[in-house]
Design a protein around this ligand. Sequence first.
Ligand SMILES: *Cc1c(COP(=O)(O)O)cnc(C)c1O
Length: 226
Amino acid sequence: MSDALGSDVVARLRQVRAEIDRASRDAGRKKADVTLVAVSKTYFADAIVPVLEDGQRVFGENRVQESLAKWPEFKARFPDVELHLIGPLQSNKAKEAVALFDVIETVDRPSIAEALSKEFLKTDRRPKLYVQVNTGEEVQKAGIPPLEADAFLQRCRDEWHLPIEGLMCIPPVDEPPSAHFGLLRKIAERNGLQTLSMGMSADFEAAIQMGATHVRVGSAIFGHRG
Ligand SMILES: *Cc1c(COP(=O)(O)O)cnc(C)c1O
C-alpha cells in the first residue's frame, strides 16, 4: 500500500474537479448539473479508497467480474456510493449487474434489454438505465446505431417496460468528439431524456460544453492504465 499513490490520485481528482467546475461555468451551466464518474477500472483499494475518503461517491467500472471482487467491500464502508457499469454487459451477468450496480450505462441491444426486464421481475433493485449509442457507427464498438435509437428507446418503454433515463456514447478516437456529443444530445432531446453520459479524460470539457450531465474520467485521475 503506497501513500504516495493515494496522494497523487487525490491531487489529480481535485484538479479534475476544478476543471469540471471551470468548464461548467464557462458553458453557463451550474456545477451541480455535471456529475463526475470516476472510472476506477483496473485500480484497487490503494488508489480507490483515498478517492472515496476525499468525498468522491460516483464511480464507473467496465467489467462485472472485476467489480464484484472490489465493490461490495467499498460499498459496505461507503453506503452512499453510486456505481456505474460503463462496459458491455452479457445477458448471463444481468442478475449480478442488477444486484451490484446503481446505474447501467450500456443497454446496447435487444437481448440485454430483455435480460434486464426479466431480472426486474425477480428483484426490487432498479438500477437506472442508459442506452449506449454508437454515434460513430464503428463496427468494433457496442451501441445502438443513431438511426435506430428512437425505435429502440420506444421498444425499451413499450415492450420491455424499462425506464430509460439517459444516453451514453464513446466517440471514435480519431475524430473531433463534439459532433458526436451534439448527435447524442439531439437524440436525447427528441426522446425526452435529460441525462447525457459523454466525455472522458481527453474531452470532458468539450462534452460539458455540449451538455454532458455525466463525464466518465479515468486516467486523468488514476493515471495511465498498465
Ligand atoms: C475507460 C473508460 C472511460 C475512461 O477513460 P479515460 O480516457 O481513462 O478517462 C470512460 N468511458 C468508458 C466507457 C471507458 O471504458
